[in-house]
Design a protein around this ligand. Structure first.
Ligand SMILES: Cc1cc2nc3c(=O)[nH]c(=O)nc-3n(C[C@H](O)[C@H](O)[C@H](O)COP(=O)(O)OP(=O)(O)OC[C@H]3O[C@@H](n4cnc5c(N)ncnc54)[C@H](O)[C@@H]3O)c2cc1C
Ligand code: SF4
Length: 333
């Protein structure tokens, strides 16, 4: 591991001033992803600006039903928050499906959103990788791609996005609050935070150097929404998603869907909002065939590789089963 400097920021202004000093400085949250990548030599920042103790550690439930979640709230605290568990259960479920209790105690909301892909070639500096070293090639296409993406990929990169929490946030229409080094603030929907690889897979988000995530905001949940996060993985614990589906539906008395939101994980380079399927289902009373057609329409754009082609049918099945089960549930709010 290369030598690096460390500084703990007391407030956002100090963090910005520190990070602006050098182009090779980076923020440190809980360190559960960044430090691993430094040990592997995938990244070698010269300065770590520790933002994990900035005063963004509160979960604020507002009177209008929205919630402001500070960027330094730990993943375990967010998953266990009573208001999140009851009103946004799919967010809590997504967090509890990821990592381990110990990791969730340390990992932060900001760091979770910006964790890097688990593509094995990205993590192995002895191998080429367009994302790590632009222009070197993408061995995953001919090699190990079973875990990787089928939607939104390019010839230059087929990596999948690893965060479960981000999938839930996209389904919930969450918005990220950002602060740039000059102190200016802006908001970006979490769905628009991430870029597809195209021919620049090294550029993963819309963030500029020094942009700090300060919070994530959830709008009030849709009235009467039933929601769930389902994740298929190779092992019960400590495993990233092969496919995951975050679903929220509100159902009228006649059985039609007044609101439907679906986001997919494990299948794309970013958390994938299933807008095509949603559009086909909104206002409908979906029988099994309607559900299946909508899910298939979403996956029509898939470009699977030989070893991950199974993800297409698996995703269709999960979307169908997820909505069917939520419609059937008796405990809808
Ligand atoms: C064994 C293991 C299993 C795991 N399994 C899962 C899983 O199943 N599902 C899942 O979703 N995750 C899983 N994870 C990943 C884990 O959730 C992430 O490592 C964690 O959420 C990262 O948060 P952190 O605060 O430690 O980020 P860090 O490692 O500190 O930082 C990650 C990135 O975010 C940047 N950053 C941090 N905070 C901010 C901020 N406020 N503003 C701007 N940039 C910031 C850092 O510069 C860095 O680039 C697993 C991790 C391990 C080690
Ligand atoms: S899929 Fe992306 S991250 Fe993986 S080797 Fe190819 S370029 Fe690198």
């Amino acid at each position: 591991m290369k030598e690096f400097a460390y500084a703990r920021a007391g407030d956002a202004q100090e963090a910005a001033a520190l990070i602006a000093q050098r182009p090779d400085a980076t923020y440190l949250g809980g360190g559960t992803n960044l430090v691993d990548l430094m040990k592997l030599g995938v990244t070698d920042p010269g300065l770590l600006v520790d933002v994990s103790r900035l005063p963004y550690d509160r979960i604020e439930h507002r009177d209008d039903g929205s919630v402001l979640i500070g960027a330094t709230v730990r993943n375990g605290d967010l998953a266990g928050d009573p208001g999140i568990r009851t009103r946004f259960p799919l967010l809590s479920q997504s967090l509890l499906s990821g990592a381990s209790g110990q990791l969730r105690t340390v990992a932060t909301v900001g760091g979770n959103l910006l964790q890097r892909t688990r593509c094995v070639y990205f993590q192995d500096v002895t191998k080429p990788c367009n994302k790590r070293e632009p222009g070197t090639g993408c061995p995953a296409v001919q090699g190990a791609h079973r875990d990787l993406a089928v939607l939104g990929t390019s010839d230059h990169c087929v990596a999948s996005h690893p965060s479960d929490m981000a999938v839930a946030l996209v389904a919930l229409d969450a918005v990220a609050h950002l602060r740039s080094v000059d102190g200016a603030t802006r908001t970006v929907p979490v769905a628009e935070l991430y870029l597809l690889p195209g021919d620049t897979p090294e550029r993963e988000t819309v963030l500029e150097h020094g942009d700090l995530i300060t919070a994530v905001e959830l709008p009030a949940p849709p009235p009467g929404a039933a929601m769930r996060y389902r994740k298929v993985r190779d092992r019960w614990s400590y495993a990233f998603a092969l496919v995951s589906v975050a679903t929220s539906v509100s159902v009228a008395d006649d059985g039609s869907l007044t609101d439907v939101r679906i986001a997919l994980g494990g299948v794309a380079p970013r958390p994938w909002r299933a807008s095509v399927a949603e559009e086909r289902l909104r206002g409908r009373r979906p029988d099994e065939e309607t559900l299946r057609e909508a899910a298939r329409a979403e996956l029509a754009a898939a470009r699977p590789l030989p070893d991950n082609a199974f993800k297409v049918d698996l995703t269709v099945d999960l979307i169908v089963a997820g909505i069917r089960d939520l419609i059937a549930r008796k405990d809808r709010a």
